[in-house]
Design a protein around this ligand. Structure first.
Ligand code: NAD
Length: 231
């Protein structure tokens, strides 16, 4: 959409973006950590103790995400990207739902359920499907899901990349994030300080709502209705 007045658009998405697809949010009811103990399944210690147990748990997560489909909000972003020169998605989600809607240029702050990595060989393998195509690297070490688990450091290069993109954008749209998980929670302030027009779309007010030029109480699936006059 080159008739837009904005030249660089960033969508900053969180778990609420995928909620209407059926992927539970972190804090809401139905959240995965109400049911499973993360200390057994989602930290490096658990992986070191019992890698197959952790990998099998992630296969269950993969299946539950594959059972969900991108919704109209994901599709709207994908369509916008086709007609606008510069649209980037910075997401805290690991579910790959933006890419399944046909979106590219997605910066995944917390990694991806569809990537495995070998820390010994420093490689990342794309692996899409319910089951992992292999659980071990050619070097013999178990591959671990390339996602940020509890207690992990975020990838500083990815944070830096996201931060640079956000500093340059002139329209920043936050969708479905509670804004309490750092360092991502600092991104709206970064966009604002660098002069971007900032919009928040969420089903409720958040701790960061005060920062935004516009706060839209609404659903992620209805982004088109919320934004059609602005983008
Ligand atoms: P969060 O669970 O803390 O907050 C979700 C936010 O989305 C809330 O503010 C809620 O009001 C809002 N919301 C819920 N339904 C919505 C809808 N239909 N439309 C618009 N807004 C809606 O999520 P977070 O801020 O992303 O932080 C949670 C952390 O958990 C992140 O680090 C993320 O990586 C991880 N996580 C990811 C997924 C996923 O990949 N889909 C799911 C759960 C958690």
């Amino acid at each position: 959409m080159n008739n837009t007045k904005y030249s660089k658009i960033v969508f900053f998405t969180g778990a609420g973006m995928s909620a209407e697809s059926g992927v539970p949010t972190y804090r809401g009811s139905g959240g995965i950590w109400h049911k499973y103990n993360w200390e057994e399944f989602a930290c490096q210690k658990a992986f070191d103790r019992n890698p197959t147990n952790v990998l099998e748990f992630h296969e269950v997560r993969r299946k539950s995400v594959l059972d969900c489909q991108p919704h109209n909000g994901h599709k709207f972003i994908s369509e916008l990207q086709k007609s606008h020169d510069d649209v980037t998605i910075v997401t805290q989600n690991i579910d790959g739902m933006h890419q399944r809607a046909g979106t590219d240029n997605v910066v995944e702050l917390h990694g991806s359920l569809w990537h495995l990595r070998c820390d010994k060989c420093s490689i990342i393998i794309e692996d899409i499907g319910e089951s992992f195509s292999k659980m071990k690297c050619d070097c013999g070490k178990y591959l671990r899901p390339d996602i940020v688990w509890f207690g992990d450091m975020l990838n500083s290069q990815i944070i830096q990349q996201a931060s640079e993109i956000i500093q340059e954008c002139d329209l920043f749209i936050s969708i479905g994030t509670s804004g309490v998980v750092w360092p991502a929670a600092g991104f709206p302030q970064e966009a604002k300080s660098n002069g971007a027009y900032c919009i928040e779309i969420n089903t409720e007010q958040t701790e960061l709502s005060y920062l935004f030029d516009e706060v839209i109480i609404g659903k992620a699936s209805e982004i088109k209705k919320h934004l059609s006059f602005r983008t």
